[in-house]
Design a protein around this ligand. Sequence first.
Ligand SMILES: [Zn+2]
Length: 213
Amino acid sequence: MKNGYIFLGAPGSGKGTQAKKLLDASGIPSVSTGDLIRSEIKRETPLGLECKPYLTSGKLVPDTIIVRMFKQWVETHAVATFISDGFPRTIEQAKVFDVLISQELGYTVTIVFFKVGLKTLKKRILGRRICPKCGNIQNEFFNPPLVSGQCDRCASAFETRIDDTEEIIQTRYDSYLESTMPIIEHYKSQVITIDAEQGPDEIFVSIRKQLSV
Ligand SMILES: [Zn+2]
């Protein structure tokens, strides 16, 4: 059986981290449409060239082009199982996806929904500290620095991202829910919900168990 797992979750839900962990542990490849578009444009493929005018004029690349790109990736990799990181994210995209990936290529599509509350997301995002010198990442709430404001590894001062405020996180979360809930509704019985309030290792265990991978 051929399986396509669509990872959906708000920014900060940890779905990207989990996709990487699954690749390392089970060799399941994951694909994100952002990476796909960038790579097609860079390699100047026919689909890449089709995308270019939209991007240069600041417009969204049409869903049909994105799904064709996606289909090409799936066909080229010829894998029994793949993970799609965050795509399809709208009902319109899901409809094209269903035709090209489910019907034409025969993949069974399952949504893996990373459910996490706003309170936890705020802690994850606002508590995040990145060391500009050594790249070490810590969190004020989950693994606080030994000396406040300083990297545990090299003692440099941490950078704080000023673009992430509580208000921005809230707005991003609301618009995320608004666009994702219809997808969850669309796939109904094909949705697996993961408790993404847990730490990364616990999340990983429950994904492997629920997906049998
Ligand atoms: Zn450091």
